[in-house]
Every structure is written in structure tokens, then in C-alpha cells.
Design a protein around this ligand. Structure first.
Ligand code: NA7
Length: 565
């Protein structure tokens, strides 16, 4: 018989122990709140706890894939290369947790099962997998954009007699040496995994079961010189300032004026070549010209350039043909440390499952429509995630009137105000919720944490003015049966997005990408990678800098779009 535990009263619960959860916990503790953090993992790390597949790395350069708010740490914490490998990021996050004594406030191996808003108590009643019940004023979710794994719905997947792994649930004891390995999926993850497994030269055979080939450019990784680090250290404030005011926060100035058609073919090649040599997918797509993602001709010029590089790199023309995409260059831009080069190894090949789909997985391996069975010892699913909302809709989060977040999103798809708040879900704040900025994640996460901390601080101080005109609160001057003055006398206020603010933000996000070629490709960015999920705008594509300006305007303008009482 399960024992009924006494509920625990807290100011706030932070769900998730990745970049977002760690910073949010710290901020709320600094604000003097009684806070707890939970994570279903056994330790901190979030994305980087789970994604331990070979080759896992960030494709944001090391100097910007970290928190910006600890100057001393920025200039002293060591890193050796332009990009961080997964284990290094995990170490960095552990270091921050240790430095700020946060571990004692986290409870691991603990999942949020359900949360229900209780109008009378003005609190969230939260049920955890440990059977604990919490009553919290603020519920902050940092569940990760990319954490609910997407397994391919292929018949027989569970019948495979060898080892079956998803890249985002990689076991520590996986051994690939001497084995025949098949990788399904060649997005960011598949490209990284295939590159690393190929380079390690340990497997007997490596087959990429590829549906849609992707465009990838070199990452430009390499050791960081001491002069470069010294220069960064001396200019870090300006570096962050530039990144936070730019569109993507990747540390370069995006090209806003020059279109592909405005330069000669020779100049175009020169610019592409320069970007190719410098490396980084975002740089190639957004530093070169201003119209690659919106103009078909410009897009073709960029994709032709990359396809030429693929053909120059891959010696076997048949393999090169299979690796050359035919669709627009309009997915999340990828970069790699020698992906195409791996296919020059005899042991590495591509199975084109677009023209010859996988029909079933047998105990021995993968069978394709032509009847061929590829015998394998290991199948790696690099098949991505049910991104953005996937982690929310699986939890019973019930707001006012018993509406779940899943119900709320059932008609229009995942929506929110600013990627943070949802009407009818008072004092629920999401870090990187739907329609947050599409950019380098740490500064986007920081921005969300800072807004949320501000909202909570105002609620705590009850600086939540005038519930007086029907837009700021309640027209009749009564809140939940309390008069305004009684409501203000309570220990905390309530912040909630207005439905019209959510609607406006949703339309704004949708309009911002109306001309984007990204919309015409089936990828996770528009929720089109999971069968049955409908295409919706999932991000604010206006850029990090503009997003931060909008948010500042809202905070300065008496929390425009939020209902406060
Ligand atoms: P992605 O980018 O969603 O890539 C998933 C890959 O898996 C992609 O190549 C898919 O092919 C393939 N896939 C998915 N389902 C299937 C099935 N059923 N059969 C065959 N192939 C399939 O996920 P990633 O993990 O690589 O990256 C996600 C983000 O994480 C990334 O952008 C970074 O920001 C971090 P498709 O292209 O759909 O034909």
C-alpha cells in the first residue's frame, strides 16, 4: 500500500537540471526563495546527461556555449578547442553546480508526473515519481527542447537480437569495436555519430540508413591558441554584448544586406569558400548572404556549392550521388569534423532508404523493400526527438478549469506568450517553451531565466499592480472571491499570460517565417518529423537580439500581455 505523504510547501519547483534548470535554481535561491530542483536523470546535465553517443558535441563555439554571467569563470575556466565535446559540457555544468553549492538543492531520479493548479490555495499541487506531493507557488519547467526521444515506427524494431541504441539514451558500456553497425538517421546527431564512429576505425562495418541526405559544412574545429584566448578574455563583455544583440548568438555578424544576386558568380564563390574554410553551419547559412533561407535561387547557389564539395570529397561517385541532397538547404544548418570523408572508407556506406525503404527489422538486421537483409550487430537510432512540446504533452499539467496543457495545444499546436507562459496556467513558467527564440541555446535560456526570475520577484513583492480594468485583472475588483486589497495582502501574486497576448505572439511568430524555405521541408523545427504531429511554428525566428528588446519593452511596460493579481 502506498503511504500518503504530507505535502511539502515550497516557493518554487524547478524541473530539469540542464543549462536552464541550474541557472533558474541559482537565481531563485539568490532571490531568497525556498526552491527545489528535480530531474529524472541521476545527475545534472540535461541534454548533455543523456546524449553520450560517440561524437556528441555542441556546434556553437566554446566561448559562447556557456553562461555569460560569471565573468571570473568566463576568463578562467579552461577549454582547449573551438568546440566542446559532450563530456566537457557535462563537466562544465557540474563545475557550476559545485561552485555555487547547488547540488544540495537538486533531487535526482525524480520525475514530475502531474501538476494541478489549485485556485483556492494559489499553488500548484505537484505529484512526483517518488510519491511526494509538493505545493508550490511557482512551477518552472526546463524540460529541454530536444529530450523526448523519437524512435522510428519500423515493424520488428523490438525483435532485433543485437544491440539497439537511441543516441539520446546511450549506455556507458556500449562497445562497437569489431561490430557491424547500422545508423538510422543522419541529422545533426547522425552526422556527428557517423563521423566519430568512422574516424575511430574500430567497427567492422558502418552503414548509414539514410532517408534524406543533409547539407553539412566543416565545423572548423581545432585547438584554441593562447593569444586567441587572451584576446577573448580581454573583450568578453563586448563578445557577449554582440552575441546577445545578434540574430543567432553564434558570435558572428549575420549578413543583413548582401543578397546572392547582388554579387558576381566569382565573388559569390569566394564568399562561400571563405565561410567553408572558417567553418560552422550557422555561419555558412547566415554570415554569407541575407537570402539563402528565403530565396530559391540564392538557396540553390548555396546548395550547389556544398554539393560540389561533397562530390570533390567523396571519391566513389555512387556514394557521392547518394550523399547529395535534392531538397532545399533549409534545415537546421549542420557542420561536422569530416563526415563526408568517412565514406571514402570501404567499410562505410550508405543505404538509400528513400528509394528503397526499410520494411522491417528482423532479429538479424534491417530489411529493405528490395528484399535485401543487412545483417547487423548494432542498430543506432539517431532519429531525433519529439521536439519542443513533446516533453510537456506527456505530463498531466492541469491549469484553471482542469484544462491540460495538451488540451490547450490540441487545436493550434504548441503556443505560448514569449515561449514562457500560457493563459490559464498561472505561475507556470517554461524555459524554452514553444515559440521561444531560435538561436544558440545558452543565451536564449539565460534570457528566459532572467525574465522568469523578474516575474517571480514582482509576484513575491506583490508589485503586480491594478487589477482594475478587466485587462490587468478582474473588472469587478475581485480576485478569486477576494477584494483587490485582500489579494494584495497575500504572500504572493499571480502572473499569467493573457489569451490575446498568446494569440498575438503566435501570429507574430508564424508571420516571421511565412517566406522561409524551412517551412517547405519536413523537419523537427516545424514539428514535421514525428508521424501524426501537425506542422506548426515552434520558434520565434526574429532573432535573439530583437527578442530581448521585445521582452525588455514588455517588462518596462508594466508587464504588457500578462494578467496580474
Ligand atoms: P533530427 O535532426 O530530427 O534527425 C533525425 C534523423 O532521423 C533524420 O535523418 C531523419 O530522416 C531520420 N529519421 C527519423 N525517423 C526516421 C524513420 N522512421 N526512418 C528513417 N529515418 C528516420 O534529429 P537529431 O537528433 O539529429 O538532431 C536534433 C537536434 O538536436 C539538432 O538539430 C540539434 O539542434 C540537436 P529525415 O530527415 O526525416 O528523412
Amino acid at each position: 500500500m502506498t503511504s500518503i505523504m504530507e505535502p511539502q510547501y515550497l516557493d518554487a519547483l524547478v524541473v530539469g537540471a540542464g543549462f536552464g534548470g541550474i541557472y533558474q535554481l541559482k537565481k531563485l535561491l539568490d532571490q531568497g526563495l525556498n526552491v527545489k530542483g528535480i530531474d529524472m536523470a541521476e545527475d545534472v546535465g540535461g541534454t548533455w546527461y543523456w546524449n553520450r553517443y560517440p561524437g556528441a558535441m555542441s556546434d556553437t563555439m566554446s566561448f559562447l556555449y556557456r553562461y555569460s554571467w560569471d565573468h571570473e569563470d568566463l576568463v578562467s575556466y579552461p577549454w582547449s578547442h573551438h568546440y566542446l565535446q559532450g563530456p566537457e559540457i557535462l563537466e562544465y555544468l557540474k563545475h557550476i553546480v559545485k561552485k555555487y553549492h547547488l547540488r544540495q538543492h537538486f533531487q535526482f531520479k525524480t520525475e514530475l508526473l502531474a501538476a494541478q493548479w489549485n485556485e483556492g490555495e494559489r499553488r500548484w499541487i505537484v505529484k512526483l515519481s517518488t510519491n511526494e506531493i509538493l505545493k508550490v507557488k511557482y512551477l518552472v519547467t526546463s524540460l529541454g527542447l530536444l529530450s523526448k526521444t523519437n524512435f522510428p515506427a519500423i515493424p520488428g524494431l523490438d525483435k532485433f537480437a543485437g544491440e539497439l541504441y537511441h543516441t539520446a539514451r546511450w549506455p556507458e558500456n556500449a562497445v562497437l569495436k569489431g561490430k557491424r553497425v547500422g545508423v538510422i538517421g543522419n541529422g545533426s546527431t547522425g552526422v556527428q555519430a557517423i563521423t566519430a564512429i568512422g574516424k575511430a576505425e574500430e567497427v567492422k562495418q558502418l552503414l548509414s540508413f539514410q532517408r534524406n541526405p543533409q547539407y553539412s559544412v566543416p565545423s572548423g574545429d581545432g585547438p584554441v591558441s593562447s593569444q586567441h584566448r587572451k584576446h577573448l578574455n580581454e573583450t568578453y563583455d563586448q563578445v557577449w554584448d554582440q552575441a546577445k544583440n545578434s540574430l543567432f548568438g553564434f558570435g558572428f555578424e549575420e549578413e543583413l544586406k548582401r543578397s546572392v544576386a547582388s554579387v558576381s558568380p566569382e565573388e559569390r564563390e569566394r564568399i562561400f569558400e571563405e565561410a567553408w574554410q572558417q567553418g560552422n553551419g550557422f555561419r555558412f547559412m547566415f554570415w554569407t548572404f541575407n537570402d539563402i533561407t528565403v530565396n530559391e535561387e540564392a538557396n540553390r547557389a548555396a546548395s550547389d556549392f556544398i554539393k560540389n564539395k561533397i562530390c570533390q570529397t567523396v571519391k566513389d561517385p555512387e556514394k557521392a550521388r547518394k550523399l547529395c541532397p535534392t531538397e532545399f538547404y533549409a534545415r537546421r544548418p549542420l557542420c561536422d569534423g569530416g563526415y563526408y570523408e568517412q565514406f571514402n572508407r570501404e567499410s562505410v556506406d550508405i543505404v538509400d532508404i528513400k528509394t528503397n525503404p526499410i520494411t522491417e527489422i528482423t532479429p538479424a538486421g534491417i530489411k529493405t523493400a528490395d528484399g535485401k537483409l543487412y545483417e547487423l550487430d548494432v542498430i543506432i537510432c539517431a532519429t531525433g526527438f519529439d521536439a519542443v512540446d513533446g516533453n510537456y504533452t506527456r505530463i498531466a499539467i492541469k491549469g484553471r478549469n482542469g484544462e491540460t496543457i495538451k488540451d490547450h495545444w490540441s487545436t493550434q499546436g504548441p503556443t505560448s506568450y514569449l515561449g514562457i507562459a500560457v493563459p490559464n496556467f498561472p505561475n507556470l513558467f517554461m524555459i524554452s517553451g514553444p515559440n521561444g527564440p531560435f538561436c544558440n541555446l545558452p543565451p536564449a535560456i539565460e534570457t528566459h531565466v532572467e525574465i522568469i526570475s523578474d516575474l517571480i520577484s514582482r509576484a513575491e513583492k506583490n508589485e503586480l499592480p491594478k487589477a482594475d480594468n478587466g485587462t490587468n485583472g478582474h473588472a469587478n475588483g475581485h480576485v478569486n472571491g477576494l477584494t483587490n486589497s485582500e489579494a494584495k495582502g497575500l504572500t504572493n501574486g499571480i502572473v499569467e499570460a493573457l489569451p490575446e497576448a498568446e494569440q498575438e505572439w503566435t501570429e507574430r511568430c508564424d508571420q516571421l517565417n511565412s517566406k522561409s524555405l524551412f517551412r517547405r521541408i519536413d523537419s523537427w523545427i516545424f514539428g514535421k518529423n514525428v508521424p501524426g504531429k501537425k506542422m506548426t511554428t515552434m520558434f520565434f525566428f526574429g532573432g535573439l537580439g530583437p527578442y530581448r528588446k521585445i521582452v525588455k519593452g514588455i517588462l518596462d511596460d508594466d508587464l504588457r500581455g500578462f494578467k496580474r493579481f
